[in-house]
Design a protein around this ligand. Structure first.
Ligand code: SAM
Length: 370
């Protein structure tokens, strides 16, 4: 049983803060955990070798912290892009191997014989201009057609997605002659930063995280198997860009969501109602969450804990969550308020201007026991 002292301790470190080091900052997934709190919660609720699950794993924060603390980990997400980030964040690759591969990519960009496929649609191209579009397609094609292993493909795809995100931003367009500036130096810099991060991960870990692409409504985990669940479901009715990148071009009055990530990963974009939207009847968010919570209840060992971190725009929605938790027959142990951080709920739009895009005054951690 968790005691008052441990609860006090959680309250003390409840203000989210960003920890750096390892791969923690290689890609900022929307609505991600800031790593200090998950790390502390894992230390409070589990011991080495225990089994942890994050059924909404997103960018893999929990998986990375669990791995670094020698815990076994199961992560699920329906978004292939989330899984890509989680994989890159938790897989060690040697510096030499990454550097050698980067050299090949940079060398091949200049070769005209490399066949180039199209990962951008005509409006993406109109917004980005011919030079940038061509370079993006070229790098994506090289990564796809060379015989790199999965870890390397994932790594360079993620670096490229980061670059597309930067060049799509409004402030990039404000740079002088941006259409005529090659993205190769930026790609090179990002890759080198990521190389340092990925090669700093432990070479061999006792428990490599197990990551699954798919809905947590039906997890391939036996009943009462998990020691601790730590998770953060999508925010209700908050338009977070889990799977798209915004391209904003004031000069031609265009702001669009590119499907570049889906094209690159050869997946179909997921409908919003599966991610965070209530859908037509207004209920799909709650029905989805109920299925997820029932499944969490099933896999958790008796008398073990689940921490659910979320926030709502309306008080009545928080009350709705509490009654849902009770319906699933979890015991509500404690609700701890965490001040909202600029880095958390807001979408990528908040990262390049100073406007306060926080959507809630605070988030809460709901501590449940089954
Ligand atoms: C708030 S984010 C999690 C962020 C994560 N805590 C992190 O640190 O990056 C919620 C995630 O839930 C995923 N998701 C939504 N419905 C799901 C479902 N039914 N099964 C699995 N994942 C789901 C979304 O794709 C999204 O990545």
């Amino acid at each position: 049983m968790i005691n008052e002292k441990e609860l006090d301790n959680i309250r003390k470190f409840a203000t989210p803060s960003r920890e750096t080091g390892y791969t923690r900052s290689i890609y900022s997934y929307p609505a991600k955990f800031l790593s200090r709190l998950p790390r502390e919660l894992i230390k409070t609720f589990t011991q080495e070798g225990d089994q942890i699950c994050d059924p909404f794993v997103g960018g893999g924060t929990t998986g990375l912290e669990a791995m670094l603390l020698n815990r076994q980990f199961f992560g699920y997400d329906i978004n292939p892009f989330a899984l890509l980030i989680s994989r890159v964040k938790t897989a060690y690759v040697s510096k030499v191997n990454l550097q050698k591969t980067l050299e090949i990519i940079l060398r091949d960009i200049d070769l005209s014989r490399v066949p180039t496929s199209n990962f951008l649609d005509s409006i993406d191209k109109l917004c980005l201009g011919p030079l940038l579009s061509n370079e993006i397609n070229k790098i994506a094609s090289i990564v796809k057609t060379s015989n790199f292993n999965t870890n390397l493909q994932d790594f360079f795809n993620l670096a490229l997605i980061h670059v597309v995100k930067i060049v799509g931003r409004r402030d990039f367009e404000e740079r002088k002659n941006w259409q005529y500036q090659s993205i190769i130096p930026m790609f090179n810099r990002k890759c080198n930063k990521m190389i340092d991060a990925v090669s700093s991960l432990p070479h061999s870990v006792q428990y490599p995280p197990k990551l699954f692409l798919g809905s947590n409504h039906n997890m391939d985990i036996p009943d009462h198997h998990i020691d601790f669940i730590l998770t953060s479901p999508p925010y209700l009715e908050v338009d977070v860009e889990y799977q798209h990148i915004q391209i904003q071009r004031r000069s031609i009055k265009k702001s669009k969501r590119t499907n570049f990530i889906s094209h690159l990963l050869e997946t179909k974009p997921l409908p919003k109602k599966d991610l965070c939207w209530s859908g037509k009847g207004g209920n799909s968010y709650w029905m989805n969450l109920e299925n997820s919570l029932n499944e969490c209840y099933r896999i958790l060992k008796p008398n073990h804990y689940m921490c659910l971190w979320t926030g709502f725009k309306k008080k009545e929605d928080q009350a709705k969550l509490i009654s849902l938790i009770e319906r699933v027959t979890f015991n509500m142990v404690e609700t701890i308020s965490i001040p909202q951080s600029n880095n958390r709920a807001a979408s990528s739009r908040s990262t390049h201007h100073t406007r306060d895009t926080r959507m809630f005054k605070q988030d809460s951690i709901f501590i449940l026991r089954n």
